[in-house]
Design a protein around this ligand. Structure first.
Ligand code: 13P
Length: 248
């Protein structure tokens, strides 16, 4: 973690929780003083709960994220949510290119490029997610895969722009598996990503982050924050990660 900028900890709730549980979790996080100092905390709730979570977070320091957005601003796209709609709900950042969108919804690099452009156009900061799968890792194609993903992202209109550039490295084989990528693996990829991006990018790591692994990860100079899935679903584990990530 760099000494000069606040680290990020983002909780991606994915398709979990119900309305009541989302409200309780958002409130516990919003009320906790550890989410204020020396750290940037963000929550990405499921779309139906955005409005309620926005209300709970109010004008406090915890950022509200979308988990995805449609590449068009409006139109006949049943079931989709656009950038301007997210913006309207108080969302400031949006995950784009999460591996679950790539794999389970067939989103290719071109679609992700369009989504990044749409996010920027709507005034949202995209958190561009990249990562290799196990076969790519085992065939020494990890950095090649990520380079291709990033080159597509860099072809998006207006990205990176004037604001903060956020990229999340999430190796697919580390997501939801309890298997955190090794220190050297993460440093190698983060260094490679940094080389490809102009200016000062913030590079987050995601994949089975837990209260036990957060501290050592956060102390790495090359890691600017954490993107947390399952451990973001309870206040105890998420706040423990926030505390472990907060610089002394
Ligand atoms: P887990 O922390 O559950 O592995 O999920 C990581 C992730 O995909 C966050 O976006």
């Amino acid at each position: 973690m760099s000494q000069t900028t606040k680290p990020w900890v983002i909780g991606n709730w994915k398709m979990n929780l119900d309305r009541r549980a989302a409200e309780i979790l958002a409130r516990e996080i919003a009320d906790d003083p550890s989410c204020r100092a020396k750290i940037k905390v963000g929550l990405a709730p499921p779309f139906p709960y955005l409005d309620r979570v926005a209300e709970i977070l109010g004008h406090g320091p915890v950022a509200l994220l979308g988990q995805d957005l449609h590449p068009e601003a409006r139109g006949a796209y049943t079931g989709s949510v656009s950038g301007p709609m997210l913006r309207d709900m108080g969302v400031t950042h949006v995950l784009v290119g999460h591996s679950e969108r790539r794999r389970l919804h067939g989103e290719d690099d071109n679609m992700i490029r369009r989504k990044i452009s749409a996010a920027v156009e709507a005034g949202l900061t995209p958190v561009v997610c990249v990562g290799e799968d196990l076969a790519q890792r085992e065939s020494q194609q990890a950095m090649t895969t990520i380079t291709t993903q990033l080159e597509a992202a860099l072809a998006a209109d207006g990205w990176p722009g004037q604001g903060e550039t956020l990229v999340a490295y999430e190796p697919v084989w580390a997501i939801g598996t309890g298997r955190v990528a090794g220190r050297e693996q993460i440093i190698e990829i983060h260094t490679g990503i940094r080389r490809l991006l102009p200016g000062h990018a913030r590079i987050l790591y995601g994949g089975s982050v837990s209260p036990d692994t957060a501290g050592p990860l956060a102390r790495e100079k090359e890691i600017d924050g954490l993107l947390v899935g399952s451990a973001s679903l309870t206040a105890t584990t998420f706040l423990a990660i926030v505390k472990a990530t907060t610089p002394a």
